[in-house]
Design a protein around this ligand. Structure first.
Ligand code: ARG
Length: 720
């Protein structure tokens, strides 16, 4: 009996251990088992100190930064740390060729020098379980009816639990693929100012060549501040606003990291699909990913051609380029890793086990057969969807033109005057934003290329035939590159979008005929109508079924193994999560060992004068050569530690997340994942998965020694 008990214990721990570093846990629902494991690995804080409903706690320092990043509060006056690549758009936007903060870096020496941005941040106030209410409304519905009803119900709850006047926003998130629904209540602050950034040569050192890879030497940080009104409440930008008095902020540790150290990462992982079906893996590797990569390749090539010519164009395109390049490399790498590790085979094996269990259970036994049919119906159309979104809409002009469709609808339905005026006002603002980042030469090349690629690579029955017929009769053979070039040149020469006078008279007196006659709008319309007719309905059908079967599969997996179910975490949904792990080296492939830190020595080794990705500011080289590391030096390495890796489970959206030690102190900022684990959204690899972080001591060195901004250092609570 005793022996049996012991054996069971050993087994349970063994099963548990294999799950260890995997998991993006909901901090308010940390199970005892998970919390105990965190303590065993080095956590010194109580559950209450991490997350409390009644008291201020660590979670109050973690924010949604902008549209898709994480940030953390690091001072009693609302100072924010996040990644350089999260602040990138704001930094580029604040820069001009003469005051080029993106290139040269920038530090405000006092509050007055901090720069207004259009960013906002969100604090999580509380979470409510609304599963019962949602499930009651959905009942036994399935397919498109269920999807439609879910949208409706969630919107109603969001509305009920939000309060625009108080800047309270609620978003219900379906977890475990719609087996649970939690309402996340946020408070949004709108006055966010840029406080500091290193030069791009530091913040994006290694560029796209090093992106998604270890070993890395990037100082990927930037600094902002939250402002509030005199009552500490959210307010629109106002010079009279004051720095926020936060509920919590993270102290900063100067002690450094060593192998095996406990590390937790808090933040907002955007999305994972760890129970993706084997069919979905195949569709990604065979169709979706390759199509996206091919199209982005072309767009990037034309953008880069112009960017390297002229610093003004570089500033215009930099932010958009970085975003496209980031997921170009991601999806290319994801495909490679999915194939290399036979993730399809792994999923298939898990599905076989499920099917064996499901036999004779009416709720589950049909799932995979039906799921296969849903994929069979959708697969022939998948490419057309990517070619619209990543191809045709990859031309910024066409993407902007497509945004005028609601205006056209308003004209067709003869909408009320006020409504029309509001839509026009929106279009005018959107055009201004578009023009600010528009580079015509690259866009025109992109347009010519993607219209041709769509013609050559998408099934003929899914093309706007009339559009291509017209192209042929006016510009020549569809197998000649020149045809597309002449056409694109005409679009750019004749659209009213670039013509201030014509645009002005159009917006003063919007006219359906003028809009339809515009070549950019006509192109956008032709491809979108084509999609809506031939592809869109299939896609809606597919996604509704895909989510039905996904929900049932996951429900079944949990029913199959109730003990394991207790230890499951929900897929990432851009809701607050904590991941824990440790500082850890790894072996990327046979005979190769990757250390867990990089140092300044490696920065100098990578340095290439004049290079687009590996150049460095003069001052940086001087200081590094002199080994002027001050209090930021690592006592063991006798060098400046730059980046380090941990075994944490994170994904895009976690960018800017704090890496926190067992005492709740900041030791780094998470900024990337490693190449060998780029399949991580669909399958976690416990041996190879690493998070790449910038060491906080390097961040402080950059601010202090390189930037001379001791005012910022003095604002922090340093722990020695
Ligand atoms: N891979 C990083 C992420 O997704 C972004 C890094 C941005 N840097 C770059 N070279 N594009 O969080």
């Amino acid at each position: 009996m005793k022996r049996g008990f012991l054996l069971l214990l050993v087994l349970v721990t063994a099963v548990f251990r294999s799950y260890a570093d995997e998991g993006m846990w909901l901090p308010q629902l940390l199970g005892r088992q998970v919390y105990n494991d965190m303590v065993k690995k080095g956590l010194k804080l109580s559950k209450e100190q991490l997350y409390s409903i009644n008291k201020n706690s660590l979670k109050d320092a973690i924010i949604i930064f902008g549209g898709g990043c994480t940030g953390e509060i690091v001072s009693a006056e609302g100072l924010i740390f996040t990644n350089h690549h999260c602040g990138y758009d704001a930094i580029a936007g604040a820069s001009t060729v003469d005051h080029n903060f993106l290139r040269d870096g920038f530090y405000a020496r006092n509050r007055g020098e901090e720069i207004k941005t259009s960013l906002s941040v969100q604090f999580l106030l509380r979470i409510e379980d609304v599963t019962k209410e949602v499930m009651a409304a959905l009942g036994p519905l399935s397919g498109k009816e269920r999807a439609g009803k879910q949208t409706e119900v969630l919107a109603a709850i969001n509305k009920r639990m939000s309060n625009a006047a108080k800047s309270i926003e609620t978003r219900v998130s379906p977890l475990f693929k719609g087996n649970q629904y939690l309402a996340f209540v946020y408070e949004r602050y709108h006055d966010i100012r840029l406080v500091g950034t290193p030069p791009e040569a530091v913040g994006k050192f290694g560029g796209d060549t090093d992106n998604w890879e270890w070993p890395r030497h990037t100082g990927d940080f930037s600094i902002f501040r939250v402002y509030a009104n005199k009552q500490n409440q959210p307010a629109a930008y106002d010079p009279a606003n004051v720095p926020l008095k936060p509920k919590w902020y993270l102290p900063v540790s100067l002690k450094g990291v060593k192998e095996g150290d406990f590390a937790m990462i808090w933040g907002y992982p955007g999305g994972t699909n760890r129970y993706e079906s084997s069919y979905g893996i195949k569709l990604a590797t065979n169709v979706n990913n390759p199509a996206l990569v091919t199209l982005r390749d072309v767009r990037l090539k034309y953008m880069f051609e112009q960017m390297k010519k002229d610093p003004a164009i570089k500033l215009k395109l930099a932010s958009s380029y970085a975003g496209i390049a980031n997921y170009w490399k991601f999806f290319d790498g994801e495909t490679r890793q999915l194939l290399k590790y036979d993730v399809y085979g792994q999923k298939k094996a898990a599905e076989d086990r499920f099917n064996a269990w499901a036999k004779g259970k009416s709720e589950y036994e049909h799932v995979f057969a039906d799921w296969a049919k849903a994929y069979d119906a959708w697969r022939p159309y998948a490419k057309a969807r990517v070619y619209l979104n990543e191809g045709i809409m990859g031309s910024p002009l066409i993407d902007f033109a497509a945004s005028l469709i609601p205006l056209r609808n308003a004209l067709v339905t003869e909408a009320a005057k006020e409504e029309l005026a509001k839509i026009v006002e929106g279009a005018v603002a959107a055009r201004e934003a578009f023009l600010k980042e528009e580079d015509k030469p690259s866009d025109q090349n992109i347009l010519a290329a993607v219209v041709r690629m769509f013609y050559e690579n998408v099934d003929k029955s899914q093309q706007p035939a009339a559009f291509y017929d017209g192209l042929q009769s006016k510009y020549g053979s569809l197998s000649e590159g020149d045809t597309y070039k002449k056409y694109a040149a005409d679009v750019f020469a004749n659209t009213l979008v670039f013509d201030d006078a014509r645009w002005k008279s159009f917006t003063e007196k919007p006219d359906l005929k003028a809009l339809d006659a515009d070549p950019a709008f006509a192109l956008a319309g032709a491809f979108i109508r084509n999609y809506q007719e031939r592809v869109g309905p299939k896609y809606q059908e597919f996604t509704a079924k895909n989510s039905d079967y996904g929900r049932l599969y996951l429900k079944g997996v949990m029913a199959m193994d109730p003990d394991k179910a207790k230890m499951m975490y929900p897929d990432a949904t851009f809701t607050m999560r904590v991941s824990y792990g440790q500082v850890k080296a790894y072996k990327p492939r046979d005979a190769v060992f990757y250390d867990y830190v990089t140092t300044a020595k490696g920065i100098l080794e990578k340095y290439k004068p004049g290079d687009y990705e590996y150049d460095l500011p003069k001052k940086q080289i001087e200081l590094l050569k002199k080994k002027d590391f001050g209090q930021y030096a690592d006592p063991v390495r006798k060098d400046l530690v730059v980046d380090f890796i941990t075994s944490n489970d994170i994904t895009g959206g976690n960018s800017g997340s704090p890496v926190i030690n067992g005492r709740g102190e900041l030791i780094g900022l998470a900024f990337d994942g490693n190449y060998e684990a780029l399949s991580h959204k669909l399958a976690f690899d416990k041996d190879l998965n690493r998070t790449i972080n910038v060491d906080i001591r390097y961040v402080l060195w950059c601010i202090d020694k390189l930037g001379g901004a001791t005012n910022i250092i003095n604002e922090l609570k340093l722990v020695r």
